[in-house]
Ligand binder design. Structure first.
Ligand code: ZN
Length: 311
């Protein structure tokens, strides 16, 4: 059964800068260029591995003049990618060469983590994972295959109280509680793998967030299909008194949304149909894709969207 993170969606500043950093510096693939279905004058950019496998997908809503966000309780603190063991030195050098803001590597739960920020101040990190070098990785931006990012390692959530959020992770979303390192409690799906970890940092009395550029908007979790998503929704209602939105068709997955008890916005997204639904692997992410309802407005939408390349 497939569990774990499906995608992470964040708010960004200028779109072209966002594309350059995530494809060129990090070497991710732009797997879909579409618009925010709820605000079609805004890009919705999806980055991932070659085909946008669930657990590799980082997405952004870029606004050219977005004010910076301020991290707070009830929000995702950090979004963490997996890299092969032995790649931390490569990435440290790359960040120095390119002027990326980063912290010295530290050990977390026995793994080496390199925390860094994207140009909007989004908190990101790389964690070295044994065996990741044997998995496929997209090698954009001149990143060699032995160092390429292999999807998500984890996200960390800042909440007042660990227990109610942890109960949703374990009872509904397929995670088990693994243990603690300092004030961080780790939850993991069986076998972990890509997107298989959530860390909860309980921080009573912390400031509330001010969402803006660099803030994570929501974290989406995987459901194999509609039936399993519906079963998760029932458990949320019956065991946690949490109500979800109606299912929304996002073209590449079908989603419901809810505030988990710690106030972080969660989504449950189906694995199907995926990013190959409207373009083939070879040209994935190369053209603006619109849902059927917006096709009639394509010319006006294209005219309003900011450029994706810096000129
Ligand atoms: Zn989403």
């Amino acid at each position: 059964m497939s569990h774990g993170i499906h995608h992470v969606t964040a708010i960004a500043g200028p779109a072209a800068r966002n594309v350059r950093f995530h494809t060129d510096t990090l070497g991710l693939r732009l797997v879909k260029r579409t618009v925010n279905f709820d605000d079609p004058g805004t890009w919705h950019l999806y980055y991932g591995d070659e085909t946008g496998t669930p657990g590799t997908i980082l997405t952004f809503f870029p606004w050219e003049h977005a004010a910076p966000g301020r991290l707070g309780v009830g929000e995702t603190q950090e979004t963490v990618f997996r890299v092969p063991e032995g790649s931390i030195g490569f990435w440290t050098h790359r960040f120095i060469e390119r002027g990326v803001s980063f912290d010295p590597p530290v050990k977390r739960f026995g793994e080496t983590a390199l925390a860094f920020r994207d140009p909007d101040g989004m908190n990101l990190a790389l964690v070295a994972v044994p065996g990741a070098e044997g998995e496929p990785g997209w090698t954009g931006g001149g990143v060699m295959p032995e160092h390429a990012i292999r999807g998500f390692h984890s996200v960390s959530l800042l909440v007042e109280d660990k227990a109610p959020t942890g109960a949703v992770l374990t009872d509904v979303l397929g995670f088990g509680e693994l243990g603690a390192d300092g004030s961080t409690t780790r939850f993991q799906v069986p076998g972990a793998g890509i997107g298989g970890i959530i860390d909860i940092r309980a921080v009573g009395g912390f400031l509330k967030p001010r969402p803006g550029a660099g803030s994570v908007h929501h974290v989406a979790f995987r459901a194999a299909d509609d039936a399993r998503q519906a079963a998760m929704v029932r458990r949320l209602a019956e065991n946690h008194r949490v109500a979800v939105t109606e299912q929304r068709d996002r073209n590449y997955f079908r989603s419901v949304y809810f505030r988990e008890p710690g106030h972080v916005l969660f989504e449950i997204a189906t694995d199907a149909p995926g990013f190959l639904a409207d373009e083939p692997t070879a040209t994935l992410g190369s053209a603006l894709k619109l849902p059927a309802g917006l096709e009639a407005h394509r010319a006006r939408i294209e005219g309003a969207l900011p450029p994706l390349s810096e000129g």
